[in-house]
Design a protein. Structure first.
Length: 319
């Protein structure tokens, strides 16, 4: 409602000027002001929403912020290309069918670690972003490989016994003749194979070496037992494992110490209990026998037997 100034009013209208301040008029004015304020608020809200939406779309969908560079560090046997391909595949999917994963701002770093741990033998995965289009992935591989020694060549195998790559042939200095005197003074000369573990670890990585005396397909349980024993002895004792031997009599798995001690385990039953029994016995008494060539039978949980004899001590060049 538009009102004229008081000077422009006629005589009759001037007599009714007080009606401007009637309650109904005041309420109408307040309602009109409220409507104008609501429209102004709505316009401001819509404008801000459009501006924020445009910025969000720019940040999420502009190619400048797409992840193009995947930097992988810490690998030894896992190839960087394989990890990069896995990460690229994971980032190619979209969240809620709209938001891309391969965006610097929308990247879910916690999602990548479980994917890599499921597919590869890695213990830790650290993902960091580098503005504007790169991520750096640092992995720590867990022990999941064994150097398989068949007496002729060394092969890197995984936990399932699947060959990964051929390392090298057995060297001449890893075979030596050993003469034994039998009954009646008769002597017998045999060729003994003793792997150069120091050289193998220095060149190919600190993996346990498993010498298989028979050319047969090895049970994956034996490979996994080698890894478990090697890791346990390294973390919980000062037993310096040189290499493993399999099979021996009764299908036992032997761990050879660098000084000639030999410990036998049953790789198929209650291995955790065998290791705990051996740890306690080693800490109490058996570690004193390191200067002797002895054979320790730890195949029975709760009991450990000590006998004379063991594998030949390593050559001086391998200590």
């Amino acid at each position: 409602m538009r009102y004229k100034s008081y000077a422009a009013l006629g005589p009759k209208q001037k007599r009714r000027w007080w009606r401007r301040f009637a309650p109904v008029v005041i309420r109408e004015r307040q309602a009109a002001t409220a409507r104008r304020g609501s429209r102004r608020t709505a316009v401001v809200f819509i404008a801000l929403s459009l501006i924020l939406g445009a910025w969000a779309g720019l940040l999420l969908f502009h190619p400048y912020f797409h992840i193009r560079n995947i930097i992988v560090t810490g690998t030894q046997n896992i190839t960087e290309t394989a990890l990069q391909d896995t990460v690229t595949t994971a980032l190619s999917r979209k969240r809620w069918y709209v938001v891309p994963h391969n965006n610097f701002f929308a990247l879910d770093k916690k999602r990548l670690a479980p994917i890599l741990k499921t597919k590869y033998p890695v213990e830790t995965v650290v993902v960091k972003t580098q503005f504007p289009d790169a991520i750096r992935i640092t992995v720590t591989e867990r022990l999941a490989f064994v150097i398989y020694d068949d007496g002729e060549q060394y092969t890197l195998v995984d936990e399932e016994g699947v060959p990964q790559k051929t390392l090298r042939a057995v060297a001449v200095h890893e075979r030596k003749e050993q003469t034994r005197v039998g009954e009646g003074g008769r002597t017998a000369t045999t060729t003994v194979h003793y792997p150069d573990v120091v050289a193998l670890n220095a060149r190919f990585g600190a993996y346990p070496v498993l010498y298989v005396q028979r050319k047969e397909k090895i049970d994956p349980m034996v490979i996994k037992s080698v890894i478990k024993i090697f890791t346990y002895l390294s973390q919980h004792t000062d037993f310096a494992t040189h290499h493993f031997i399999y099979p021996n009599e009764y299908q036992t798995l032997q761990a050879a110490h660098r000084d000639g001690i030999t410990v036998s385990f049953n790789p198929f039953e209650k291995l955790d209990e065998q290791l705990e029994t051996f740890r306690q016995a080693w800490q109490r008494e058996l570690r004193k026998e390191r200067a002797r060539t002895v054979y320790i039978n730890a195949r029975y949980p709760g009991r450990v037997y000590l006998e004379e004899g063991g594998v030949a001590a390593p050559p001086k060049t391998d200590r």
